[in-house]
Design a protein around this ligand. Sequence first.
Ligand SMILES: Cc1ccc(Nc2c(-c3ccc(O)cc3)nc3c(C)cccn23)cc1
Length: 109
Amino acid sequence: KKYELQLRFCEEVIKELTSPRNWIMNQYFTHPVDPVALNIPTYFQIIKKPMDLGTVQTKLQGNAYEKAKDFEEDVRLVFKNCYKFNPDGDYVNQQGHALEDLFNKKWAT
Ligand SMILES: Cc1ccc(Nc2c(-c3ccc(O)cc3)nc3c(C)cccn23)cc1
C-alpha cells in the first residue's frame, strides 16, 4: 500500500517537472541530450551517466524504480549532469537550478 502511494507521488512530481507550463525551465531536460544536434561531441566523455526527465517518466511508468529513493536519484542525476556540463552562470545551468528548486519544493512536501 505504502509503495503505491509513494509511486503516485513520484508520478505527480515528474508530471509537474515536465509540464508544458514549466517549458521555459524544463525544455533542456525532458529528452536525452543529443550531442550531435547540440554540437557538443565531448558530452559523453564528460557525462558518464546521461539521464533526462523523459527517461525518468518512462522508467517510472515501467515500474523500474524499486523505491522513491531510486526515482529521486535519477532526477538529481539530471541536475548533476547539467551543472557538470553547463558552467555556473550559463543560461541552461540557471534553468537547471530553477527546475531543481521546484523539485525540492515538491519533494519536501
Ligand atoms: C555548446 C553548448 C553549450 C551548452 C549546451 N547546453 C544545452 C543542453 C544541455 C542540457 C543538459 C545537459 O546535461 C547538458 C546540456 N541542452 C540544450 C538545448 C536543448 C539547447 C541549447 C543548449 N543546450 C549545449 C551546447
